[in-house]
Design a protein around this ligand. Structure first.
Ligand SMILES: [Zn+2]
Length: 455
């Protein structure tokens, strides 16, 4: 009997510990200059198919058009059997996204992103027959306005590895777009040049999988570029370094690998993939992510939301600060954007009369319903409270004749990168390029940041 109980007990423990770990393999398919990169994409697609591994090829618009012009139906067909994502219209011709988004606000930036990057999405739809499943920025050229444009373009997932925003090295929701982004220690690669380090890379992969299983499941990803398998330097570094413009007639191909070096790269990569597969991870593509996640819209009890907001304005697991404020205001759960700007409180009074507070609260609710975003400030007569102070005040409201004004502290801003130069370091951006404006917009949008939970 005791042995039987022990058996049940350990089986139950195992079931709890043995949650699903998901792995996505994706390729930024971007080199539209070296024809050898077309062959690399084809070979990777075919070899992975033989291993029964479906990858995501995030394709640059110009790359798709060049494949078509070169008559590479073979490459297009092979890639189409995997998943197709999007990797910008032309990737590196100046100005890249962070440069042109930097001086624009939320709405103007979103329209501008759509104007500049939309054609590539339409070309991918025409050439591959599908709407791309996901987007990833060229290099570190990030801007939060892109998320509004991606929603309009019908692209629900942001899959990339960058430093600008992240939550506990696992997937998250940001501005209503599912992000598989900044996985940090769970973004794993094997070095394609050092066969001697392959065993270490494989061991690390196994360790990370075991770690995620212990945590009750999770997500890892691995990324490469087809051009890496045939070239020793990036195609755009050769033609567009530090913001340089090169007209198409003057494009120079990147330096190529020797046949031996190229074969070694494929060998290392395929060995790494076979190992990843052997760990029992579930292999998924950009298109699978939304179905694997719980809905980002979920009910929240107002009392709980008030307790959280009184303590700090922060991310609470799968609840964004915006969700908590909506619950306090009695607005049904929904996806909204963060405020478009930062406005400071002008109200200095220590308390508000009930009627004036209720009027402001109604005003905030009306704004939310109409704009689909949080107001940057809320009016109480001719004075206003910043969104943070309004949230803290509403959460602290105990229902008396007067409402004490409280000051809110935005704890969630720590999830946005702080260094405006480091966050945008990329060989294609001009020397010392920085975009503090974009990080500031990111901090405002972090009202919407929350964990994405696997079903
Ligand atoms: Zn790229």
């Amino acid at each position: 009997m005791r042995a039987l109980l022990l058996l049940f007990w350990s089986a139950a423990l195992l079931a709890a510990a043995d949650r699903e770990v998901y792995w996505a393999l994706w390729f930024d398919t971007e080199d539209y200059i070296a024809p050898e990169a077309d062959d690399a994409a084809l070979r990777l697609a075919v070899e992975l198919e033989k291993l029964d591994v479906r990858a995501t090829f995030k394709i640059v618009g110009e790359k798709a058009r060049v494949l078509e012009q070169r008559g590479r139906r073979d490459v297009i067909r092979a890639l189409a059997r995997h998943d197709i994502g999007y990797h910008a219209e032309n990737h590196s011709i100046p100005p890249p996204p962070a440069m042109y988004l930097r001086l624009l606000g939320m709405d103007e930036g979103a329209v501008e992103f759509e104007r500049r990057e939309g054609q590539g999405v339409r070309d991918l739809q025409r050439i591959f027959g599908v709407t791309p499943s996901c987007y990833g920025q060229p290099g570190s050229s990030w801007g939060p306005q892109s998320n509004i444009a991606l929603r309009r373009l019908g692209i629900p997932v942001y899959m990339d590895e960058g430093s600008q925003v992240g939550l506990d090295n696992q997937p998250f929701w940001f501005m209503g777009v599912l992000h598989v982004f900044r996985l940090g220690p769970y973004a794993l690669r094997a070095n394609l040049d050092e066969e001697g380090k392959l065993e270490d890379a494989k061991r690390l992969f196994s360790e990370r999988v075991a770690e995620l299983k212990r945590r009750g499941g999770g997500v890892l990803h691995t990324y490469y570029h087809p051009t890496e398998f045939v070239a020793t330097a990036f195609w755009d570094g050769v033609n567009f370094p530090r913001g340089r413009y090169t007209p198409p007639g003057d494009y120079r191909p990147p330096p190529l690998r020797s046949r031996e070096s190229s074969e070694r790269a494929y060998r290392i990569f395929l060995d790494f993939v076979r190992h990843a597969k052997s760990t029992g991870v579930r292999i998924v593509t950009g298109r699978d992510w939304p179905q694997l996640m719980e809905s980002p819209v979920r009910p929240l009890e107002a009392g709980q939301a008030k307790r959280w907001l009184r303590e700090a304005i922060d991310v609470r697991g799968a609840y964004a600060a915006a969700d908590q404020l909506l619950a306090v205001l009695g607005i049904s759960p929904r996806l909204v954007d963060g405020p478009a700007q930062r406005v400071a409180s002008t109200l200095r009074a220590p308390a508000l009369p009930r009627h004036l507070f209720e009027r402001g609260k109604q005003d905030a609710t009306g704004y939310l319903e109409r704009h689909g975003r949080l107001p940057s400030h809320v009016w109480f007569g001719a004075e206003c409270l910043s969104l943070a102070d309004f949230a803290a005040t509403a959460a602290g409201d105990e229902g008396g004749a007067e409402v004490r004004v409280r000051r809110g502290v935005l704890a969630f801003e720590r999830f946005i990168a702080a260094d405006p130069r480091k966050a945008f370091t990329w060989a294609i951006h001009p020397e010392n390029f920085e975009a503090p404006e974009l990080l500031e917009l990111g901090r405002l949008q972090a009202w919407t940041l929350k964990a994405a939970r696997l079903k």
